[in-house]
Design a protein around this ligand. Sequence first.
Ligand code: CAA
Length: 641
Amino acid sequence: MRFKTTAEHEALRKKVREFAEEKIKPIAFDLDQNNEYPDDIVKEMGKLGFLGIPYPKEYGGQGLDVISYAITVEELSRVDGGVGVICSAHTSLGTWPIFAFGTEKQKKKYLIPLAKGEKIGAFGLTEENAGSDAGGTETTAELDGDNYILNGKKIFITNAPKADTYVVFAVTTPGIGTHGISAFIVEKDFEGFTFSDHYDKLGIRSSTTAELHFENVKVPKENLLGKEGQGFKIAMATLDGGRIGIASQALGIGQGAYESALGYAKEREQFGLPIAHLQVNTFKLADMATYLKAARLMIYSAAELKENHERYSADAAMAKQFASDLAEKITSEALQLYGGSGFIKGIDVERFYRDAKITQIYEGTNEIMRVVVGAHTVGKAPKMKAAGSNKKSGPIAGVRKREIYEGDPKEAVKNLVAALKKDGYDFTVGIDPYTPVQEAERIVVAGRGIGDKKNMKLIEDLAYQAGAAISSSRPVAETLKYVDLDRYVGMSGQTFKGNLYIGVGVSGAGQHLKGIKNASTIVAINNSKNAPIFLNCDYGIVGDAMEILPLLIKELDNGEEKKPAPPMKKMKRSKPRKMAPTNPIYVDTGSGYEYNPEEGDPENGIEPGTPFDKLPDNWVSPVSGEAKDQFIKMDVPEDRK
Ligand code: CAA
């Protein structure tokens, strides 16, 4: 096989390379140091057509082929891997699904400004419980009149919050696995759509990455992409193309590191000659050149297949896996050639080395790439369970009482304090609010919802009245710096194992919830009813912390100074009330386990009140693992009602 790029391809390479060398290279160090997104560079790339390479001219694109797109990402990444992925995530993930599955109206409205680079696109698939197992998507979209109402959270989203348009995946029909997922075009300014701060990453720091938060976001029906239930296939098909982009990014990073190391090795003299001529190094550089060529051929070959509408899923996965493993190896070897100098900030191989790592992880880890390639070689593994069912479903902090008070704040506070007293909490005693979190019997935890730093006074007052130590969520300590780093919960080693946890304005990120799962009682105060912490609490108040806290402080205040608290006695976790079964129940003939629709199976994500026939197909008896068809329907004997 003789493979050669065309003169047009090489002319484009020259154009992108000149731009990257002249405009990006001089600022790449600063962008990386400052974790800064290059707004002006991105605008200029749009004007030069770099953000719409493979789309037809009639839709604002350049009308070029997929190899041209791969070359563009490769050349940008050769200088800065962050800028490379801005282009790649925008072009193949944020724009392509609209091009491939959009209606004419959607293309006119969204594709044209995206392909012209006037707007930036992003792709919202990944969630806390749906990373590699993308079918485990939990964000929901419920049809309500002319709109879908989106609720949920996406994490690790490249180009957020800079992007204007997001292709977002959400469950429209629960319980049927991947076939219940749909895709939506969501605009940045839709009400209820918010972002986290952009992450502080190891590499590709000139690109932004953030979380997407959806709280009752109204997405017009006409923004459904494709048909209901087609979302997973849209995501998979999009990722096939995305992987060509990431392979190109990895190739570019590897190429940049190789060229840098080659230049240095030809200059640097040791033992009386340039180190490039020490055979150990000559071989290293020769290997780098060989493997880069192989990666390039694999990528262009996958791109050519895509261009010709041939099957390319496995080829894209092979190219992504090969090029990214290679990028990690080459950047490491390149840094090694630089010796100590490569370990110092300011030498580009140090940045390339950090930038390379992510290419083995995102748009499908290299382990998933082998799953994809394996499915095309040995064939698909027989299914044990439906997609998404491997996750440990159910609340992260365990099954809790979930008594949530809404409405009148005074009533809610009274009910909460009465319930806590009934559970045995004595609020006439107190502890030093700076007791180490791991030793405290009770903690009051400030989340981001606490707002301004001055509101920490309310947390301090509440901690005093509740006899608790002060703590916080991770961002409040790390980003806002309202409390010392050793006071936050939510990381291994920083867990709370005492009795009473009161979270104020804490939404309930996975790590945080894992850190409090051993608390005997979890109390949540948050103004968002959809905050995940409410699924993980014993008691909750939905309301504005600024209104609730003064009331709660007053309710706990008996007008006397707190007496010293006795040594902690670990309290038993309160169990949710067991419902008396009503007719009918369903009995697993193997183990005798009874499914009671009133109770559901919360440990496995089944809400109380779920009828037996509405259980997901992949639900199994939590005792014997038997499928639904092994259950028999029974009336409850009168004496058990
Ligand atoms: N194209 C079209 N349809 C596809 C497909 C493809 N490439 N792959 C699978 N499908 C279809 C299947 O045909 C199947 O359809 P039917 O049910 O009608 O038969 C359906 O999708 C389900 O397929 P599987 O049973 O194979 O699905 P699965 O649940 O076993 O998962 C997987 C397969 C390959 C592991 C998939 O979950 C996956 O790719 N995971 C990785 C997710 C990923 O890459 N995430 C990256 C996020 S984006 C990102 O990282 C962006 C960034 O920051 C830059």
